[in-house]
Design a binder for this molecule. Structure first.
Ligand SMILES: [Zn+2]
Length: 294
């Protein structure tokens, strides 16, 4: 907390951090990339005006902070709480810590999660990687597991250390076909990765994309879960309680991957927020589906 306050303890410090992340080489006009500019304050907000095309912008324009009425220092404190927590921080906890209404805390949490998940969408797993198939849903009766018609299939991949400790995981919705698996492996796994999976037919498609693929024939049910080779991935489903050294980032968008992250710094999140390809917050649900748990 002392380190956080030193770097982001005031509104001015937060704004300076955002300016530095957005324009690390100094201001560049977002329209014409010209560097010459002037600044002025209007209704309490600082504006940058391009000297060539007269375009006016603020440091928060086009970011998740653009329409916010909350001070940046609250957002930074929320980022601190969300990135330093051992487990997920609930919207209710954010509400208490930040002194916000529940709906504001919920929206803030989901906007920041979206930034963090989109930032992770391009993460490539390397080294030792366990992969497995997982299924979410299934409230309606039907066949269990892989044969089910009413479950959403996911591929779960866990990058581990060489001695099997989990580092980071990603889950993607996927159809379990060879073509889909190959395309997934191409984007999600580094060519140097050493992949371990069970003998599900479509997993063979991974072999052409990575340095090594070991398919282990296991029995069904509990037999597979107890195999030491899959110790991490079989405990890591979309509803997982597997403990990672950091919070779980679940996207609000069903098409987006879920990333389970190592702890990350506020600076890296601010850099993602400042990136023009940062999230489309209009794609977020506008309010909590349910009220806070009492
Ligand atoms: Zn310009």
């Amino acid at each position: 907390m002392a380190e956080f306050l030193e770097h982001y303890g005031t509104e001015e410090k937060c704004r300076a951090a955002l300016v530095a992340a957005r324009w690390p080489q100094g201001f560049r006009c977002p329209d014409c990339t010209h560097e010459g500019h002037s600044t002025f304050i209007r209704q309490g907000r600082q504006y940058w005006q391009c000297q060539r095309c007269r375009h006016q912008t603020t440091v928060t324009a086009g970011t998740v902070f653009e329409a916010t009425k909350l001070p940046l220092s609250r957002w930074f404190l929320a980022m601190h709480l969300m990135t330093q927590a051992k487990n997920n921080v609930s919207a209710l906890e954010l509400k208490r810590h930040l002194g916000l209404r529940y709906k504001s805390a919920w929206l803030m949490k989901h906007k920041l999660l979206q930034v963090m998940v989109e930032r992770e969408a391009h993460r490539v797993l390397k080294g030792r990687v366990e992969i497995d198939d997982a299924y979410l849903g299934g409230e309606r009766p039907g066949k269990p597991g892989r044969g089910s018609e009413n479950k959403i299939p996911f591929v779960v991949a866990v990058q581990t250390t060489d001695d099997g400790q989990p580092v980071v995981a990603r889950m993607n919705r996927i159809a379990f076909t060879k073509d889909a698996m190959q395309a997934w492996a191409h984007t999600a796994l580094a060519p140097s990765a050493r992949v371990i999976s069970d003998a599900l037919h479509c997993f063979r498609a991974v072999a052409g994309e990575v340095a090594r693929h070991t398919a282990i024939v296991v029995g069904s049910g509990r037999q597979a879960v107890t195999r030491p080779e899959f110790r991490r991935v079989t405990r890591c489903s979309p509803t997982s309680r597997l403990r990672f050294p950091g919070p779980t980032m679940r996207s609000s968008l069903p098409s987006m991957p879920t990333a389970i992250l190592p702890r990350c710094s506020i600076a890296s999140i601010v850099a993602s927020i400042s990136n023009p390809s940062s999230p489309d917050s209009s794609a977020l649900p506008s309010s909590p589906a349910r009220g806070p748990r009492q």
